[in-house]
Design a protein around this ligand. Structure first.
Ligand SMILES: Nc1ncnc2c1ncn2[C@@H]1O[C@H](COP(=O)(O)OP(=O)(O)OP(=O)(O)O)[C@@H](O)[C@H]1O
Ligand SMILES: [Mg+2]
Length: 414
């Protein structure tokens, strides 16, 4: 019998589905009670393209989790990812009245609604709207306009939308596996909830999650997310390059990458790369592995840099980069990231608030743990511009999650 609240969360990754049960105690401390993983099936680009295979994979994953953690799972929180997600900076204006008056919380809500009402693809729905900054009577950079006197309010918001049909397909796969979809969160936001601390979010930091087929990134500044995106490259492509370059099978290349992978040529003895173009199979050496992997890893970080686009804003991220994801595990990845982005980089795989990781194996558990943290409300982020007395961002988020769970049933039962 457990003492705290049990929360089940599932990370639908491009290569692996991972589920964790966390127990949340008083004061926001939490520990891992059980975990399970399954190679992803029926799932591509964040969508269940094969409902039968996908739901069977979910059922196997949850059955294993129930066994390991000795609980009954009724439903779980999960992530949303993939190229169907769109991130845009929306702006909207709101006349405050015939003359200037103090701005109220209701004005902020109205401005946010107007920003959300911007044109989005007809098959998309808005998943998140985060105010980035306000302008009052054209004075820009206002963080909290409530109480300021003005006649015109403008909002700039970071808006993320997602395909309705993909969201529906995910819910469908979960219910077909006989579980309840208890709530969704955008992949990179869940990972950030687990790995970025309050100082990093405040001073400015970029999170980069190099996954299997995809690299997700998000930039935080003054406590809130200001930009996010994804690049369709990841560890899977590194393995493919190794298999191609060394002319070996993919599973062997995967093993070479995991055990001897190095992505920075300056860390190893350099070798002539002409052998890669000769007819006979080249002999594997650290120099050759680095020569094959470095250009791809450099491409991934360059794509992230270009996707973000704003070189000045990038240089102003005082807390630098937090690097995570299975694809960031090769030797030299942190140093290469520092070279490309010209920022300090730290690698992180588990949340600092995690009291006890249990028997959690090496791997990318941050997304699932972040989902658990958000669901529990134990994450320390409180974005600015959240109107006080309205339950706050986490309460609203939990409210959104409860939408699927009218009976208020718990995510898991011991
Ligand atoms: N020790 C390791 N060294 C090098 N690469 C590794 C290591 N462990 C895992 N990887 C690579 O990490 C990639 C998977 O990363 P991860 O588990 O973060 O992806 P995912 O969560 O399934 O996908 P995504 O986050 O893109 O949805 C694979 O390409 C795998 O080869
Ligand atoms: Mg992942």
């Amino acid at each position: 019998m457990s003492e705290g609240r049990l929360i089940v969360a599932c990370d639908f990754g491009t290569t692996t589905f991972r589920a964790v049960v966390t127990e949340v105690g008083h004061g926001g401390s939490f520990k891992v009670v059980g975990h399970a993983e399954e190679p992803a099936q029926g799932f591509r680009d964040g969508d269940f393209v094969d409902l039968g295979a996908g739901s069977a994979c979910i059922a196997r994953l949850m059955a294993r989790l129930e066994q390991v953690a000795d609980i009954y799972v009724s439903g779980f929180a999960y992530n949303i990812s993939g190229p169907h997600l769109r991130s845009v900076r929306a702006t909207a204006g709101l006349p405050i009245g015939p003359g200037p008056r103090p701005i109220r919380h209701a004005d902020l809500d109205e401005a946010r609604t107007r920003a959300s009402a911007m044109a989005i693809p007809f098959d998309h729905q808005i998943l998140s709207v985060t105010p980035v900054e306000y302008a009052v009577d054209r004075v820009r950079g206002v963080i909290d306009p409530v109480g300021r006197v003005g006649a015109q309010l403008e909002i700039q918001a970071h808006v993320i939308t997602g395909s309705r049909s993909v969201l529906h397909n995910i819910e469908n796969a979960i219910t077909t596996a006989k579980y309840k979809p208890l709530g969704e969160e955008i992949d990179v936001l869940a990972t950030a909830a687990a790995l970025l601390d309050a100082r990093e979010r405040q001073e400015g930091a970029m999170l980069i999650d190099v996954g299997g087929l995809c690299t997700n990134w998000a930039v935080y500044r003054k406590g809130v997310i200001v930009a996010s995106g994804a690049v369709a490259l990841g560890g899977w492509h590194l393995t493919g390059d190794l298999a191609h370059g060394l002319r070996i099978q993919r599973d062997l290349a995967e093993d070479v990458k995991r055990t001897r992978g190095v992505v920075l040529r300056s860390l190893v003895d350099q070798v002539p790369i002409d052998v890669l173009f000769e007819e006979r199979r080249p002999t594997e050496t650290p120099g050759l592995v680095a020569a094959i992997l470095e250009p791809r890893m450099e491409e991934i970080f360059t794509c992230v840099k270009n996707d973000f686009g704003d070189a000045r804003e990038l240089a102003a991220l005082k807390a630098g980069v937090v690097l995570t994801g299975g694809g960031s595990r090769c030797r030299g990845t942190r140093a290469l990231c520092e070279e490309v982005l010209d920022l300090p980089v730290r690698r992180a795989y588990l949340p600092a608030a995690l009291k006890d990781a249990g028997a959690l194996p090496d791997g990318q558990w941050a997304t699932a743990l972040g989902l658990g943290l958000l669901y529990a409300g134990g994450e320390d982020q409180e974005p600015r511009a959240t109107p006080p007395g309205r339950g706050g961002w986490l309460a609203r988020l939990r409210g959104r999650w409860r939408r699927h769970d009218p009976g208020g049933e718990m995510a898991a039962e011991a």
